[in-house]
Design a protein around this ligand. Structure first.
Ligand code: PEP
Ligand code: MN
Length: 264
């Protein structure tokens, strides 16, 4: 179902609030790694002012250590939905447990994100596949492109055609960056599949200073959008502060992305 051979036209996924992804538009999903409290609305206003079209934030966090901050849970979803409602932006947030999918649907989450660590959690993929809520499916850090497409197939085979693929870096021998951004994946996925493809330069690099160049590379390679972590006080962020852009850096990135899009 994800294969372009059987579906030559690009899929356009309607994310709500008048925002669609795929088929030539360019959408930027931005916001903090974790929902932390009232700063969410402040950050959301700043990213919207800079041109972001969708709001991200994690209320359920897949942390490497069980002792790290795990997210705010249902209250975090409420804060996200309030901010998305106030700013008229679709909300993208990660679901980690098949048992939580119904709650996400009830809360009205616009796009359910499947994180890199859960991208082959087939029970979870099937569960989100039973809904019609758009799914942002991230590539696992040890996943081949064909495995990512098969993960999409799990969602789609349950009846949900609204899948957005995300390249967020893979694990290689390189240790200077958190992951290695596989820019190849963007044109390869577009060749093999009709689904929209977004790039996540934040998790791909792990460091603020590298986020903008990789965002530009993803855009130039033909990505249908980007997902970027933004925090107004990165040094105080509860997770992933080292890779957050400040609102000013994000606005700078948006200006240059517009130039790249214009030139293309
Ligand atoms: C995230 O987007 O916050 C996240 C945890 O990303 P990934 O699953 O790509 O590591
Ligand atoms: Mn993060």
């Amino acid at each position: 179902k994800a294969n372009r051979k059987f579906h030559p036209e690009d899929t356009v996924v309607d994310c709500g609030h008048g925002v669609s992804i795929g088929g030539g538009s360019f959408q930027v999903i931005a916001g903090p790694c974790s929902v932390e409290g009232e700063n969410l609305l402040r950050i959301a206003r700043a990213v919207k002012a800079a041109g972001a079209t969708m709001l991200r934030g994690g209320a359920y966090k897949p942390r490497t250590s069980p002792y790290s901050y795990q997210g705010m849970g249902p209250h975090g979803l409420d804060l996200l939905m309030e901010a998305g409602g106030e700013l008229d932006m679709p909300v993208v947030t990660e679901v980690m447990d098949p048992r939580d999918v119904a709650l996400f649907v009830d809360k009205g989450v616009d796009v359910m994100q499947i994180g890199a660590r859960n991208s082959q959690n087939f029970a979870l993929l099937r569960e989100v596949g039973k809904t019609r809520v758009p799914v942002l499916l991230k590539r696992g850090f040890a996943m081949t492109i064909d495995e990512l497409l098969m993960a999409a197939e799990y969602v789609m085979s349950e009846g949900n055609p609204n899948v957005i693929l995300c390249e967020r870096g893979i694990r290689t021998f390189e240790t200077r960056t958190r992951n290695t951004f596989d820019v190849n994946a963007i044109p390869v996925l577009h060749h093999l599949s009709h689904l929209p493809v977004v790039g996540d330069p934040s998790h791909a690099t792990g460091y603020t200073r590298y986020v903008r160049p990789i965002a530009y590379a993803a855009c130039a390679a033909g990505a249908d959008g980007l997902e970027i972590e933004v925090h107004d006080r990165p040094s105080e962020a509860w997770s992933d502060g080292a890779q957050a852009l400040t609102p000013a850096q994000f606005a700078d990135a948006m200006r240059r992305l517009a130039l790249i899009r214009e030139a293309a």
